[in-house]
Unconditional design. Sequence first.
Length: 197
Amino acid sequence: MTYWTVSLDGGPKRANQVAAALGSKIYSFGEYNCHDESPDNTIFGIHVLDTESYRWYQLLAASNKSVYLPMETYEKINRQQDLKNAGNDNSNNDDDDDDDDDDDDDNIREKRTALEHTPRYRIGHTVVTYNGKFYMWGGCGNNLICSTKIYCFDPEKEIWSVIPCIGDIPLGRTRHTAVVFNDMMIIYGGRGNNLAL
């Protein structure tokens, strides 16, 4: 006999979610309603369900206006977190005089680039997992223009990036299906900007 085992609070509350599992966690991407979202609140939301503790949490939550940190404070907060992780909780000190090596500069550039490539809210997108990362394609935002970019989310670093593509790029669409097969992401079906594919 089939039956429900648990009911959890704290997860995403809106429609237009897509979810994918990795390890013991389920990642839910989306939480957007194109009819009631402000254009000032357009950064993508990620909720995670830990299936071992049965708890939801939201990734990279920094304020009630954006789930990502503002660009001007992103670098400083990440540096302070790195110091805490290394056992040096000197987060109140001004770190402008610290000597940085090339690796630190590369990490900062990588984080800035990832922040700039964070996807906007959308509906009708798909997400697949491959080699420990999530790949999102398609969907459209409040301008109703379908996206053709492939976004990659790295759950270990908690950053987004855009995957460069070669060849004929398929038309953007919503309500499509995506699956990983033999090291390929296959998409089919759906509706494009002209509402038919």
